[in-house]
Design a protein. Structure first.
Length: 263
């Protein structure tokens, strides 16, 4: 985690990796107004503050869009470091470009997305990316979890981005390039791939540290907190039977995904 930049953001170095935990998003044309309806895990913020609405307004400003009906059903927990809101913004841009036949290129969509949030541009491409700058400078990275299984665990507590950044002391990036670290076998990550947010957040929320320890205790090849939020993930050769259910009984939301071996 680097020093604070003149624009108020921190310089970061991280890897974004897409998983299948998703919200449901629909957009239909409307002759003269924007309407936004939300269901699911949480109510929408005031319409004009919602990232989906802000994405619409960006394109309306430049292309004179008439209006749209947007429906969002939230399934991704908030305050989890899973990029749910950022993904909603990016996919709104992608859908509106198609709906109104704007024919925007991925690079153009990413430029709009970067105006909405530091990690929004990633979701335009939705493929493994090394992110630098404030998170908007993206470079494809060779990262495959083929043959592994992923378990994401989100306890009831949430961590805001502001809270996470307030808990860390910026320091120079490690000597080894992150792209080189993630190109190593997953089993090598435990002592070299570190989430800088964990130290401060674990001190404040010991439950998160305990969940990480449980994932390792259950045989995870690698476990960590996801980004700046309160979700943790474990990468397994095979998730033990009953592990996800045990976390669910403790009040945690869980998501699991298997990555089919190549070939």
């Amino acid at each position: 985690m680097g020093q604070r930049r003149p624009d108020g953001f921190h310089s970061i170095e991280t890897v974004f990796f897409p998983i299948g935990w998703s919200d449901l998003l629909e957009a239909l044309p409307h002759p003269n107004a924007l309407t936004l309806r939300c269901t699911g895990l949480c109510a929408c913020a005031e319409q004009e503050k919602n990232l989906c609405a802000r994405a619409f307004r960006l394109l309306q400003r430049d292309f004179g869009l008439p209006g749209a009906d947007i429906f969002l059903h939230k399934q991704i927990p908030v305050g989890a470091g899973l990029g749910g809101g950022s993904g909603n913004a990016a996919f709104t841009l992608r859908m509106l470009s198609e709906l109104f036949r704007l024919a925007l290129s991925p690079a153009q969509l990413a430029a709009y997305a970067a105006q909405l949030g530091s990690d929004c541009a990633f979701f335009v491409y939705n493929t493994p990316m090394l992110a630098t700058g404030r998170g908007e400078v993206l470079q494809p990275v060779a990262l495959s979890l083929s043959g592994y299984e992923l378990l994401v665990v989100k306890p009831a507590l949430s961590v805001s981005t502001a809270e996470a950044y307030a808990s860390i002391a910026p320091h120079p990036a490690p000597r080894a390039a992150l792209s080189a670290v993630v190109s190593q076998p997953v089993a090598c990550w435990k002592h070299t791939l570190i989430n800088d947010f964990e130290e401060g957040i674990f001190a404040k929320y010991p439950l998160l540290k305990d969940i990480k320890a449980e994932l390792y205790g259950a045989g995870a090849c690698y476990a960590a907190m996801s980004g700046s939020g309160s979700a943790l993930f474990g990468i397994f050769s095979a998730i033990p039977s009953g592990l996800a259910e045990a976390f669910s009984r403790e009040g945690c939301a869980t998501f699991r995904q298997s990555f089919t071996p190549a070939g």
